[in-house]
Write a protein that binds this ligand. Structure first.
Ligand code: SF4
Ligand code: MG
Length: 268
């Protein structure tokens, strides 16, 4: 399936978003080959450099507003449960502006997927610290060093009720594609936190390339183990960074419970 559009790509050369775009297109193509109708796929984005991704993939798409991708997809999914709904958000967008929406989508276990472009900086507005920027880092909005400690979204999402929580890196497109596919095929709220550099305002390439490793032997059905694994790296600029699926369990989804409840035949 040809997913190309005629829109000019305006991301900076080397931006991690290119890898997410490539992996997402490959994943969508494979999902279609496996039987999902292209007209039943919808993607949405928030606000930020990441958001342009909806212009670069030729499927049904929606530019939402800052931080509001989860409720946008929730509405779509409830209105049409046949949809495969995939959201894209940035770290400032999803973990800052719209954090409560992300938490409630996880709590409700809505059957949607969120792909987080986590370059740990506000890129579009030229380099202010975000919720995942390392403590002490000098940015345009923290000229003497970021006075805040970074959020660990993996731990937060597990604690909030997400039933599929993974971390990937923009430097391994194959692994990213496979993880996106698994997240989309998961029934329930799935989130993939993609660690990537912002070439222009936080070029973390060297540190990421030297420290990312794939988890092996981890049991993703064990919540305590998932939390322990997620605590190995707290979004600093030190230590090894585990990549893979931290947590994956089955639980009834919000959309199916809601629709069941709305069906008079199944209401008590
Ligand atoms: Fe990518 Fe950063 Fe350039 Fe935005 S500013 S396109 S996030 S490299
Ligand atoms: Mg960002």
């Amino acid at each position: 399936m040809n997913l190309e559009t005629n829109m000019k790509n305006t991301w900076c050369p080397g931006c991690g978003h290119f890898s997410i775009l490539a992996a997402a297109k490959q994943a969508i193509n494979e999902i279609v080959e496996e039987g999902v109708k292209p007209e039943n796929i919808v993607i949405a984005s928030g606000i930020g450099c990441h958001a342009k991704i909806v212009d670069y993939i030729n499927v049904n798409s929606f530019y939402s507003i800052h931080g509001r991708v989860p409720p946008t997809l929730t509405g779509m999914k409830i209105a049409n449960p046949e949809l495969t709904a995939i959201g894209f958000a940035g770290d400032g967008d999803g973990y800052g502006e719209g954090l409560a929406h992300l938490i409630f989508a996880a709590k409700r276990n809505v059957n949607i997927t969120m792909i987080m472009h986590n370059n740990r900086i506000y890129g579009l507005t030229t380099g202010q610290f975000s919720p995942t920027t390392p403590e002490g880092m000098r940015t345009k909005s923290s000229p003497v060093g970021n006075p805040e400690f970074p959020l660990n979204p993996i731990k937060l999402m597990i604690a909030s009720g997400a039933t599929f929580v993974a971390r990937c890196s923009s430097f391994d497109i194959k692994n990213l594609k496979e993880t996106i596919k698994e997240a989309v095929n998961h029934k329930g709220f799935s989130i993939v936190d993609v660690i990537e550099p912002c070439i222009s305002f936080f070029n973390s390439t060297k540190y990421l390339k030297e420290n990312i490793y794939k988890m092996e032997g981890h049991d993703p059905t064990n919540e305590i183990e998932a939390m322990k694994k997620a605590s190995e790296w707290n979004y600093t600029l030190e230590g090894k960074i585990p990549i893979g699926i931290f947590y994956k369990v089955d639980k009834p989804t919000y959309d199916e419970l809601l629709l069941k409840g709305r069906n008079p035949k199944t209401m008590k």
